[in-house]
Design a protein around this ligand. Structure first.
Ligand code: DAK
Length: 260
């Protein structure tokens, strides 16, 4: 599918998905959300794609939120459809079996921060600013932000960010654990690609199952989480990757994983 507001580059198993509406600081309008929904589905199905990186075009913004100009004149029905679409995007991204890295190159606000939080982890530029300005618009986060942020940083910090609507600096986002690591803007993407390549060189069935265990385990008691982890661990012993990984170690060679 041809995209109007998304750029998609797939090189060496790494898909770089760039939100591309720099004139609106990459704000998410309904059309862009539809494109994101298609892109996520396409990337999940494409066996050539091992790892996904989500970023924003231009130097200023990752995504400055949902498109306020478009939202301002929505009917309740359109707003409902918009909300459902946005939630589908965030949920499908979050449920992807493949690892997804957000490279936050500038403002990540509202729905934009929610998009980043739906990824498996976030790298950011040291100039990035993150926040949930929704309350300043008379609304609240609605693409999973209240849930994902509170799980990541705890209720106190999530409450402060969401109730005040204030942006936090990249340094604070790092200190609070919203982002994993900061890089100078010009190095951000290459660092994300470097990590994506490291992940892409491993046994990706194991990575996918670990992602499943971490995400679903967070909603279980610890005991149930351990039990779930053990079942997934056992299933991996039915894969070629497990045999290849272990034989390669014993034979002192680099494993050649097939993803089977
Ligand atoms: N929407 C539309 N246009 C935007 C935009 C946005 N979110 N953010 C920036 N732009 C546009 C600006 O209007 C401007 O366009 P022109 O005036 O040139 O035509 C252009 O991008 C450049 O922006 P600025 O001139 O404002 O640039 P500055 O450097 O002065 O300021 C800024 C940068 C990021 C501080 C500022 O643009 C800003 O405050 N932007 C709005 C940020 C914001 O409030 N974001 C949150 C949006 S609310 C839902 C679930 C989720 C959501 C909604 C519903 N349901 C479940 C129902 C999500 C809501 C949100 O994300």
């Amino acid at each position: 599918m041809e995209f109007k507001s998304l750029l998609l580059d797939i090189t060496d198993g790494i898909a770089k998905l760039t939100v591309n509406r720099p004139e609106s600081l990459n704000a998410l309008n309904a059309e862009l959300l539809s494109e994101l929904e298609c892109a996520v589905y396409q990337l999940e199905q494409d066996s050539a794609v091992k790892v996904v990186i989500v970023t924003g075009a231009g130097e200023k913004a990752f995504v400055a939120g949902a498109d306020i100009k478009e939202m301002s004149s929505m009917t309740p029905y359109q707003a409902h459809q918009f909300a459902l679409k946005g939630q589908r995007v965030v949920l499908s991204l979050q449920k992807m079996k493949k690892p997804v890295i957000a490279a936050v190159n500038g403002y990540a606000l509202g729905g934009g921060l929610e998009l980043a939080l739906a990824c498996d982890f976030i790298y950011a530029s040291d100039k990035a600013k993150l926040g949930f300005p929704e309350v300043t618009l008379g609304i609240m986060p609605g693409f999973g932000g209240t849930q994902n942020l509170a799980r990541l940083v705890g209720p106190g910090r999530a409450n402060e960010m969401i109730f005040s609507g204030r942006m936090i600096s990249a340094e604070k986002a790092l200190a609070w654990g919203v982002v994993n690591e900061l890089f100078p803007a010009e190095a951000l993407l290459s660092k994300a690609v470097e990590t994506a390549a490291t992940i892409g060189g491993t046994g990706l069935i194991g990575v996918g199952y670990a992602k499943d265990a971490i995400a679903n385990g967070l909603n279980m008691t610890k005991e149930d989480g351990f039990r779930y982890e053990a079942s997934l661990f056992g299933v991996l012993f039915a894969t070629s990757d497990q045999r290849e990984g272990m034989y390669a170690f014993v034979e002192k060679r680099k494993a050649a994983f097939s993803g089977n």
